[in-house]
Write a protein that binds this ligand. Sequence first.
Ligand SMILES: [Cu+2]
Ligand SMILES: [Zn+2]
Length: 185
Amino acid sequence: MNKTMLASALLCGSALAMTGCQTVESQMQTGNPLNQPVLKSTINAVTGDKNEVGQMFLRPVDGGVQVYGKLMNLQPGQTVSLHIHETGSCGNMGKAAGGHFNPDNKPHSNPDDMNGHAGDLPNLTANADGVATINYVNKKISAADAGKYSVNRLAFIVHSGVDDYTSQPAGNAGDRVACGIIEKR
Ligand SMILES: [Cu+2]
Ligand SMILES: [Zn+2]
């Protein structure tokens, strides 16, 4: 069993006997089951063999867009940062994704600050198995196909370090280590 398989088996946990091994997608959905994720992103490392290291899902909810998913193959206890960047390209080791999605020309901030970048998201910390999850409602983005606040065809970037939510322009979050294009499901 490789590390990725191990992580996903552990994530399934005790639900296994009752319901089979659910995906992180179905596990993390809350609220109206008819309101399915409309956008998805497969996150791949930007170096080496560009392994898949995670998946993210987005769906509209009251007051914002729920962003949920997981990152794998981290060090146990490692904290990394995640943002939505303004360009839907993972080229040039993630640099092609550009800066943080920022349709209203705000400063970088903590993700709950309505006066911050729309693309700012909370830091994620890995569990003992190197898996980190996120389940966060972003109130500054849209999951619509298009429009000023739409994140369709933009990109997630994972950074190796912790976002301090303060430093400009990007929280001193460290190198870009993984990237995923956000696409319609
Ligand atoms: Cu970033
Ligand atoms: Zn930012």
